[in-house]
Design a protein. Structure first.
Length: 133
């Protein structure tokens, strides 16, 4: 994951493939003898989205390990966060980022957005998060 400047994995971590989905766990978890569904093997890591084997990171991974990223990170303000939590896209004027970008609010990873030309950030927060009470 060169675009983020980190592999998002620790030395003992392993990636497991389930169709187009990748799950992050350890070798010990995979060797566990109790039968479990393979979707519960580990943390959702990402999903293959193209024939070129491009992987789109999962929201859970970004919120857990997005703090490790050195590149393709954007600090957002409260107004931008509010738009995203309303399920809307946002305009970001002072960024050169493009493509998938980890979003941080007050230094904490809150999700991932898709930066496009002209400063438009497409909202990629999961629908269960954008439902404000």
């Amino acid at each position: 994951f060169e675009e983020f400047g980190t592999p998002f994995m620790e030395e003992t971590d392993r990636l497991y493939e389930r169709g187009e989905l990748l799950l992050l766990a350890t070798q010990e978890v995979a060797a566990f003898k109790m039968p479990v569904s393979n979707y519960s093997l580990g943390l959702p890591f990402g999903k293959r989205v193209s024939e070129k084997r491009m992987i789109r990171l999962d929201h859970d991974l970004v919120t857990l390990r997005g703090g490790l990223a050195k590149d393709s990170v954007l600090d957002i303000d409260e107004a931008t966060l509010d738009l995203l939590l309303d399920g809307k896209d946002a305009r970001v004027s002072d960024t050169k980022e493009s493509g998938d970008t980890i979003l941080k609010f007050n230094g904490m990873p809150v999700g991932i957005g898709l930066m496009q030309e002209g400063g438009l950030m497409k909202n990629r927060l999961p629908r269960w998060i954008v439902q404000k009470s």
